[in-house]
Structures are given as C-alpha cells and as structure tokens.
Design a protein around this ligand. Sequence first.
Ligand code: ZN
Ligand code: ZN
Length: 257
Amino acid sequence: MPGPDTIIYGGNTPCVEVRIGKRLIILDAGTGIANLGSKLMQEPGPVCGDIFITHVHWDHIQGFPFFKPAYRKGNSFCLYGESKENVSFAELIKRTMEHPHFPVPLENLRAALYFTEIEPGDMLDLGDGITVRTTANNHPDGGISYRIQYGNKSCCYVTDYEHGSEKARGLLELCAGTDLLIYDAHFTATEYPRYQGWGHSTWEEGLALLEAAGAGRLIFFHHKPERSDEEIAALEAGITGQYPTARAAKEGMVISL
Ligand SMILES: [Zn+2]
Ligand SMILES: [Zn+2]
C-alpha cells in the first residue's frame, strides 16, 4: 500500500526485473511494473522481454495495463503463466482489460505479445544459456515459483507460497544452492497462526529455507500491506546479526550476482 509509511520498502505490488546481459526477464506484473515500464521507455531501441506471472491474483497482474512498453509498436513480450479452470492464460489476462474494467482492450496494444501456457514442473530454455525451472506453489488458486539459471548463477522467485505442505519438497529442490532466494515473508511466525490457509509464509520460514537449501542470500518479499517501514526495519534489524545475507525487499533495490 503506497503512503508515507511505505516509502522505503515500497507500496507497490510485486514486480521484479532480472537482467542477464541484453536479456530482460520480468517476474510478475503488479503495480511495480508501471515504474519499470517508464524506465524501459527511456532505453534506446525496441524493448523485448519475457514476463513470468506466478498467478493471476490482482496484485500480480494489475500493473500490466499501465506497462507503457506494451503500447509501443516494435516492442515484443513473451508472457508465461497458467491456465485456470479451462480458461487459457491469454484469456485470463485479456479479461482484465475488457470493458468495463479498462478502456483499452488487450488486442489494441501495439507491441507484439506472445502467450505461453506453462505448468508447475516445466523447464524452459530461453536461449542464450538461460533456463527457467518451475514448481507448484501452495496458495489459493495455485501458482508457480521460478528458478532462473544462467551458467552457475541463479535466483529463485518464491512468492504467494504457504510453507508446510507436501509441495515443500519440490520447493526445496528448486531452491537448492541458489545464489538468491526471493521469498514470501508476508507474516511473522507470531502472526501466522491467525492466517493459516491464506497462502502466505513467514520471515522465519524464509530463514529456514535459506539454510535448508544452502542458498546464498535471502530477500524477504511480499510485505504485509499494512506493515510500515518502521516495522520492517525493526524486523530486519532483529535478523541481520545472525543472518547477514538476509534483507527485506526495498523499492528499487538492485542486487548483482
Ligand atoms: Zn496470491
Ligand atoms: Zn500476492
């Protein structure tokens, strides 16, 4: 939630940019993708990229209609996500831009858009030595976690994921030895019992996965909307002594691997 209490850690909903050489990968199209789009519009030449959507809950797609590069001819994007209840992934995105939800229908966007349906467990080869592995999320309406691998470097994007299900084994395998783990830290362990079944995890479970997977760094992600900068800073301060590679995600944070 944007406002004076969420300036440092951010008030946007999920969007993460990954750069590997000239390749652009975007993880989720929450409201953060609007700022990313403005930045990309300033880069020379056509913008091409791969956009991976974890699931189509509003907070992960609501920025897409405001992603300016999708309106410019010559740009091209491949979007990846799941179909749901016999509705194709392309159709799910298209519906969010139909009247009366939004005045510009998807087919009027001038960039070339290619939709690819994927399922948890798929392995994708993006070319240029980049691979993407996936696993199923434990979350209402499902979802996908991603591991992006390039040479011996990797990062895992795990959000909208509730720990403690039979899916945990798949997640542990996905995250094994990764350099960077971006993890759903919506709740704290103290808050969690009241929200069991909501499909989100905790700071403490993130630390447990960091250790179990032998991951390099941990980024606490998908902050509880009403959690203030002050509260997140306090949570972070309580952890970094013991876990120096663990940090809370911040708006505009840049990490080089
Ligand atoms: Zn969700
Ligand atoms: Zn979410």
